[in-house]
Design a protein around this ligand. Structure first.
Ligand SMILES: *[C@@H]1O[C@H](CO)[C@@H](O)[C@H](O)[C@H]1NC(C)=O
Ligand SMILES: *[C@@H]1O[C@H](CO)[C@@H](O)[C@H](O)[C@H]1NC(C)=O
Ligand SMILES: *[C@@H]1O[C@H](CO)[C@@H](O)[C@H](O)[C@H]1NC(C)=O
Length: 613
């Protein structure tokens, strides 16, 4: 039982170098105290980040403007039938009209492959059921399942047919390979990706045809009923995959490719520093760059022992619901959310009361689904287990986390400027034992049902560590102010309902989804580092903290208003850009792009405004 003790020691933050150095640069102040709480600064920055995002994302108000904007952004004409997409989006009052950068990031490497090669690779994926990819076919404007689908995933494929059916009349004939696993799988290496060209420079003298090729159905070989055994992936389920696949997209000289973080009990401060201020997650975008984070290899179930991971280093065009940093899967909006598999639906028994009236407890319920723990204690490093450990103070041996607390400084009168004596508030970092946090700040975060995805000794060990709580109704979430959100085997299916509620979501995640550009951390939700070393300090900012540490009184005022602001801004923005309509609009545009990408005439087709006149 020594291994986990070392691992959990991560909870006790080695805070000194992080705080002193970065806060020093940040505030240009003495290394021991600062005027603002870092979260005040993050919220201030996030407001302007969001504002500039929203402005450029929704600049166009007419089709003409949207086309011109597309050309400027993506150095290409929009794909054929863009006018139909624009109509679909504007009829549904889409706030986001211009910024679909994530689609372009996902598809860009595939432009290095010929349309025929992309079609062949899709075919190869679908032809062999072993790959666990299921096809959707579009013919004559109708969508249908094209391959073998197993019963477990029929709901998902039916949902996809229905969702795509909303706009399939505008799509060209084609095949799409969907990943039925939660885990992403396409680990194209940096050596290949960094040389992949962007689309050929656009010849603006050529007027594109607003039409996909006519013979597309013949170009796509249909998947024969005879199942192939031609296997183009490798099965690394249950294996540690960071150093072979998780870091594949990173430059050859990056820390993730050249270094190993051997001492798992120590917080890797160099790994966290680029995206942190103190022990707070300062930049959500930078946090997803794992190329400087070799310690991640042992901090997430997906990297340590994914429950399903049939993978490849080849650029195979596979559509997935979410992906870990650097993977080349093409992300689409999950039908899990579109079908309301976890629905925000408060009712009389479980109302979503105003923020101020909610129970100020941090709440989480879930199962041990993040990865596999066959008998080698992998569970010790998984983020779900680590967060529950730190929040429930299990076997932490007196570990501490640093938290900025407030104290008053007497400011003497200034006779020259005619200022009277005052007091000013300063913050100083103080190491607080986790047991003090747990005695002062309420949390209710527990596993339910049973310990899954473990074998042998790893099940009883977890049972002894954590115990189980009663499962609760999903709608019971809304009674709590603070909702913890953690990855499972893939993305967390409950995050979008959390966003729609009056509660405040706290999110730690490796996996990123279709909406990642749309939300701004600290404006719409509270981000947490996967290392969990800042979880108490972050929570304490909102709840406040007042008690005795080492015989001294420590005090941090609660920031109830700030919590309410983020919860409210997140909910309001979610109602504008994370609706089911927004999922359809995103998917529609993605599939128009996919249609062009796979068209033999892709350099000659596109939408121009004159085409619609
Ligand atoms: C994946 O493929 C294997 C081999 O064909 C099959 O046994 C398994 O049931 C499939 N998994 C899922 C989740 O469909
Ligand atoms: C976060 O990091 C990204 C990428 O490095 C950068 O573009 C952005 O300006 C940063 N945001 C803030 C608020 O510093
Ligand atoms: C708040 O929630 C906690 C944990 O679920 C519970 O123990 C406590 O009784 C609740 N407080 C109130 C005032 O309902």
């Amino acid at each position: 039982m020594q291994a986990w003790r070392r691992c959990w020691a991560l909870a006790g933050l080695v805070w000194a170098c992080l705080c002193s150095l970065r806060l020093l640069i940040w505030m240009g102040q003495s290394k021991h105290h600062v005027t603002y709480h870092p979260i005040d600064l993050f919220m201030y920055e996030a407001a302007s980040t969001h504002q500039s995002y929203a402005q450029q994302a929704s600049a166009s108000h007419t089709l003409e403007q949207a086309v011109a904007n597309y050309l400027t952004r993506y150095k290409n004409h929009p794909p054929p039938n863009f006018d139909a997409w624009y109509r679909y989006a504007s009829e549904r009052h889409s706030m986001i009209v211009d910024d679909f950068d994530s689609i372009h990031r996902d598809l860009l490497p595939y432009f290095a492959l010929s349309p025929k090669e992309i079609r062949d690779r899709t075919q190869r994926l679908l032809q062999t059921p072993w790959h666990n990819a299921t096809g959707i076919t579009i013919r004559d404007g109708k969508s249908a399942i094209s391959t073998h689908v197993n019963d477990d995933h029929r709901w998902m494929m039916n949902g996809l047919v229905e969702m795509i059916g909303k706009f399939s009349e505008w799509l060209p004939d084609m095949e799409i390979a969907f990943n039925i696993h939660d885990e992403c799988r396409i680990a194209a290496p940096w050596e290949e990706l960094h040389t992949m060209r962007s689309p050929a420079p656009l010849d603006t003298n050529v007027v594109p045809r607003n039409q996909y090729s006519r013979n597309r159905a013949e170009q796509w070989q249909t998947v024969s009923t005879e199942q192939s055994s031609d296997i183009v992936m490798t099965d690394l389920s249950w294996e540690p995959i960071f150093h072979s696949h998780g870091n594949a997209h990173c430059p050859a000289n990056s820390a993730a490719r050249t270094q190993r973080h051997w001492d798992r009990g120590q917080l890797c401060t160099d790994c966290a520093a680029p995206h942190s201020i103190g022990n707070f997650l300062a930049n959500w975008t930078d946090a997803s760059d794992i190329c400087n984070q070799p310690d991640m290899a042992d901090l997430h179930g997906f990297y340590m022992a994914p429950s399903a991971f049939k993978t490849t280093h080849q650029l195979l065009p596979l559509f997935s619901q979410s992906k870990a940093p650097g993977f080349s899967d093409i992300v689409y909006p999950s039908v899990w959310n579109w079908l309301d598999k976890a629905k925000y639906a408060p009712n009389d028994e479980y109302p979503d009361v105003p923020y101020a009236n909610k129970n100020g407890t941090l709440f989480w319920r879930g199962v041990t689904s993040e990865g596999m723990s066959p008998d080698r204690g992998q569970w010790e490093g998984m983020s779900r287990q680590r967060f529950l450990h730190v929040l429930n103070n299990i076997n932490l041996n007196g570990a501490t986390q640093a938290v900025p607390i407030q104290y008053d400084v007497e400011v003497p009168p200034d006779p020259i400027k005619h200022l009277p004596a005052t007091t000013r508030q300063r913050y100083v970092y103080k190491k607080v034992p986790i047991s003090t946090f747990t005695s002062l700040i309420p949390t209710d975060v527990h596993f339910v049902h049973k310990f899954l995805r473990c074998w042998d000794i790893d099940c009883p060990h977890q049972a002894a560590e954590f115990g189980l709580a009663e499962p609760t109704d999903f709608q019971a979430h809304w009674q709590y102010k603070y909702l913890l959100d953690l990855d499972g085997a893939g993305f967390s299916g409950r995050f979008l309902p959390f966003m729609h509620s009056h509660s405040l979501p706290f999110k730690a995640a490796l996996f990123r989804e279709w909406w990642d550009d749309r939300l701004t951390a600290w404006k719409h939700f509270v981000p947490l580092d996967l290392r969990a070393h800042g979880v108490w300090a972050t929570l304490a900012y909102f709840t406040g903290l007042e008690g005795q540490v080492d015989g001294h009184r420590v005090k941090l005022e609660p920031h109830l208003h700030q919590g309410e602001l983020i919860a409210g801004a997140g909910r309001e923005w979610a109602q504008k850009v994370l609706r089911k309509e927004d999922m359809e609009i995103y998917f529609f545009r993605l599939l128009l792009e996919w249609g062009r990408l796979t068209d033999d005439l892709r350099d000659e087709i596109g939408f121009t405004v004159s085409a619609s006149a």
